[in-house]
Design a protein around this ligand. Structure first.
Ligand code: ATR
Length: 279
C-alpha cells in the first residue's frame, strides 16, 4: 500500500524532484512512490484527475512546476495563506474531497539562505530583482523574516510598484517593513546585503542593467536558477559578492513539501551534496 506522489510540468524530463523525494523517503523510511508526469499545456487539470483516479485512494499529493503553478492555484479547493500571497501553488495534497494548495518556494529560499548559506534575511537590506511569478512567491516569506528593507526592482517599473503596494497592505501588521518598488534606474547609489535574482534572465541569459554599487561589501547574491553560471552570477562575482545558485532552494522547498505530506522533516545536507555532484 505505497502512497503515490508525482510532479507535473511541461517540460518535465530534467526534473530533479523524483530523485530528491526518493532520497528523502530512503532517509526517513517512508514508503512512497514519486513520478514525473508530463502534462499537455492545456491538460493540467485532466492529468491531475487521471493521476488521482489511477491511484485507487493512494494518490496523496503532487508537486507542480512550470507552467502550471497558477493553474494549480485555481485547481485547489483550499489554499494556505502563503499560497494565497504567492498567487501560485507548487504543492498539492489530496485529502478526502479536497485539494489543498500550498507554496513552499519562499520557505525553501529562506531555509537555504539561513541554514545552508549562513545568510539570515533578518535585518538585511534586500534587493529582489523581478516582479513576475518567481518574485511574488518569495516576498511574504522574506518580509516575515523582518529585513531592514526590501526593494523590488523590475524592468517594468509599474509592475514592481504594484507588487510593493500590494504587499505593503498586508493586514494585521503581519510584517514590519513595507516593500519599495522601482525600475532599475532607481538603484543608482543604493547598496544591499542580499540581492536575489528572480527575473527569467537566469534562464534566458539576458543581462540586467545593475549598477555595481548594489552589491554591498560581504553581499550575498542569490540566483534562483541552478546548473550554470548566469550573467547575474558573473556580474555579482565581478563585484566581489558571495554567489549562490538555486539548487539549495530546490532541495529545501522539496523538504518543506515532504514535511507537509509525511509529517517528517528530512535532512537536506546529504541530498544537496549528492545533487551538487551531478549538476
Ligand atoms: P517567472 O514566473 O519566472 O517569474 P514571469 O512571470 O514571466 O516569469 O516574469 C519574468 C520576470 O523577469 C519579470 O519580472 C520580467 O520583467 P518585466 O516585468 O519587465 O517583463 C523579468 N525579465 C525577463 N526578461 C528580462 C530582461 N531581459 N531584463 C530584465 N528583466 C527581465
Amino acid at each position: 500500500m505505497t502512497d503515490r506522489y508525482a510532479v507535473f510540468g511541461n517540460p518535465i524530463g530534467h526534473s530533479k524532484s523524483p530523485r530528491i523525494h526518493a532520497l528523502f523517503a530512503a532517509q526517513t523510511g517512508q514508503d512512497i512512490s514519486y513520478q514525473a508526469i508530463l502534462a499537455e499545456r492545456d491538460g493540467f487539470a485532466a492529468a491531475v484527475s487521471a493521476f488521482i483516479a489511477a491511484g485507487g485512494g493512494l494518490a496523496r499529493g503532487a508537486n507542480v512546476t512550470v507552467p502550471f503553478k497558477e493553474e494549480a492555484f485555481r485547481l485547489a479547493t483550499r489554499r494556505t495563506p502563503r499560497a494565497n500571497a504567492a498567487g501560485a501553488v507548487n504543492t498539492l495534497s489530496f485529502e478526502a474531497g479536497a485539494i489543498v494548495g500550498d507554496n513552499t518556494d519562499g520557505a525553501g529560499l529562506v531555509r537555504d539562505l539561513k541554514n545552508n548559506l549562513g545568510c539570515d534575511p533578518g535585518g538585511r537590506r534586500i534587493l529582489l530583482l523581478g516582479a513576475g511569478g518567481a518574485a511574488r512567491g518569495v516576498i511574504l516569506p522574506l518580509l516575515l523574516e523582518d529585513p531592514a528593507e526590501l526593494v523590488i526592482a523590475n524592468r517594468t517599473e509599474e509592475t514592481a510598484a504594484r507588487l510593493a503596494l500590494e504587499f505593503g497592505r498586508l493586514p494585521g501588521g503581519a510584517v514590519g517593513v513595507k516593500p519599495d518598488g522601482m525600475g532599475f534606474p532607481g538603484l543608482a547609489g543604493r547598496q544591499f546585503d542580499l540581492v536575489i535574482n528572480a527575473t527569467s534572465t537566469g534562464l534566458s541569459g539576458g543581462i540586467l542593467p545593475l549598477p555595481t554599487c548594489v552589491f554591498a561589501p560581504r553581499c550575498v547574491a542569490y540566483e534562483m536558477v541552478y546548473g550554470r553560471e548566469t550573467p547575474f552570477m558573473s556580474q555579482a562575482l565581478a563585484a566581489g559578492a558571495r554567489v549562490a545558485d538555486g539548487l539549495g532552494m530546490l532541495v529545501e522547498q522539496a523538504a518543506e513539501t515532504f514535511f507537509i505530506w509525511r509529517g517528517v522533516r528530512p535532512q537536506t545536507a546529504s541530498v544537496l551534496a549528492a545533487l551538487a555532484k551531478v549538476s
